[in-house]
Design a protein around this ligand. Structure first.
Ligand code: 5GP
Length: 124
């Protein structure tokens, strides 16, 4: 079934994680942000950072979130990279937006990937 990127789906997996209906391995949490290990890691370090607000993707997050939410989110991403000891050298941040990017979960998230040579940006 096609993913709905027009309206927020309260039953998406990350919404269920935020409500405590599904487990997660939390690495960071504050009033605005939750970060946890990806269930199917694509690298030795693969952490997902999500806002606690109901945002489908990068586009509506940056359009509709408050300044406090946006600041808290990106500060958390940087802090988590430090706490994972991958800040300086190095890591990759990935944000998928919509169908063309193969976004699978319609709740905005940043992937933090690290722990190995990550190779070129896109596989050919
Ligand atoms: P996307 O393709 O939407 O950018 O990435 C979604 C990510 O969510 C994938 O890397 C996938 O492995 C991860 N994921 C999907 N379901 C779960 C889950 O139930 N728990 C966790 N921790 N990660 C999940």
């Amino acid at each position: 079934m096609a993913i709905n990127f027009e309206t927020y789906d309260n039953d998406n997996i990350f919404a269920k994680i935020l409500r405590g209906e599904l487990p997660n391995t939390t690495v960071f949490e504050d009033d605005h942000v939750l970060a946890f290990h990806d269930i199917a890691p694509a690298a030795p370090v693969h952490v997902l950072v999500i806002p606690k607000g109901r945002y489908i993707a990068h586009d509506d997050f940056h359009r509709d979130a408050s300044d406090a939410e946006v600041i808290a989110f990106w500060r958390a991403v940087g802090r988590i990279c430090h706490e994972l000891d991958v800040a300086g050298d190095g890591h990759r941040l990935i944000v998928n937006q919509g169908a063309a990017s193969w976004q699978l979960v319609p709740h905005f998230h940043v992937h933090i990937l690290a722990g190995t040579d990550l190779g070129p940006l896109l596989a050919s």
